[in-house]
Design a protein around this ligand. Structure first.
Ligand SMILES: [Zn+2]
Length: 85
């Protein structure tokens, strides 16, 4: 799922509020610059020999601009997507 302008802006603001700039340091290369992808991704529970099944976790991907180390943030917590009701 792509984040359009408004959800992308509010998601980025939520991320910046929850992850203050002083704590944004890459654990691999110590870079302080990251980019957030414009899409929501998902991981699902693993079931052998089956494709998608069961609960999934929506994720916001944030990547270090130097080494590519990647953080995965829960998109529900960042309010990028709404929980299924
Ligand atoms: Zn890095």
């Amino acid at each position: 799922m792509a984040l359009n302008n408004k959800p992308k802006k509010s998601t980025l603001e939520n991320l910046e509020n929850k992850w203050p700039k002083k704590y944004r340091v890459c654990p691999i290369c110590k870079n302080r610059n990251f980019v957030m992808t414009e899409n929501v991704y998902q991981i699902s529970r693993y079931f052998p020999h089956k494709l998608v099944q069961g609960p999934m976790v929506p994720l916001i991907v944030v990547t270090c601009t130097n080494c590519g180390y990647t953080y995965l943030f829960n998109a529900l917590t960042l309010d990028a997507v709404k929980p299924k009701s």
